[in-house]
Design a protein around this ligand. Sequence first.
Ligand code: 5RP
Length: 243
Amino acid sequence: MKTSGGSDAMKRRAGESAAEAVTDGDVVGLGTGSTAAHAIRRLGDRVDAGLDVRGVPTSFASRELAVGAGIPCLDLSEAVGLDGPGIDLAIDGADQVATGVNGGGAPDTGGALIKGGGAAHAREKLVDAAADRFLVVADPSKESPRLDRPVPVEVLPSGRTAVAAAVREADGEPTLRRAERKDGPVVTDNGNLVLDCAFGEIADPVALSATLAEVPGVVEHGLFVGMTDEIHVGTESGVRIES
Ligand code: 5RP
């Protein structure tokens, strides 16, 4: 599974800390990426020890990991709906976590995220938004007073150039994400493409989120605003929990 930023020990502390927040009977959203993977493995250990949980994976990779760890899994459509049990909490990583409050009249963006480094943000947003509590797991390298990383935007393949034009119109610079070891683009679990869209420092993530969501052809973008309930930051010596 792809690893970015921070040390693996710090990611492990964050993931395992969030996994300890799960209680018997919970339905848990299972995020994607190397930090969320630590939470999934720890949950698997707790299932071995008798914990009764069901997972709702956010990607093919997180499903594989969960099944391998012995965690019974539900699809989102089974978990959420008229007869579904719902999702008690979701645990997921992030590529950047805003720690600051914006000036200039823009809304407070503390806890806003950029996600999608693993191209899983469309399902991640569905699962994380459906959960009663959303726990973000990160190491300090992900924290920043302002969001300024490129925003991953999942697009329908046929809409790629139209979405790229709309992103430029919004003062962004789109780059088609290419597979590292293959001669071609990254294709998401949903069969779509990803444009990584650089906007520089994002002064108003709420406004940019709305702008991107309105572009025809955009399946989902990686700005997660107003969703975070708790952040578990793995450090050199332990875990810091922000809420
Ligand atoms: C996948 C994601 C990941 O949560 C994000 O890329 C963080 O990954 P990692 O924990 O490996 O640094 O958004 O789409």
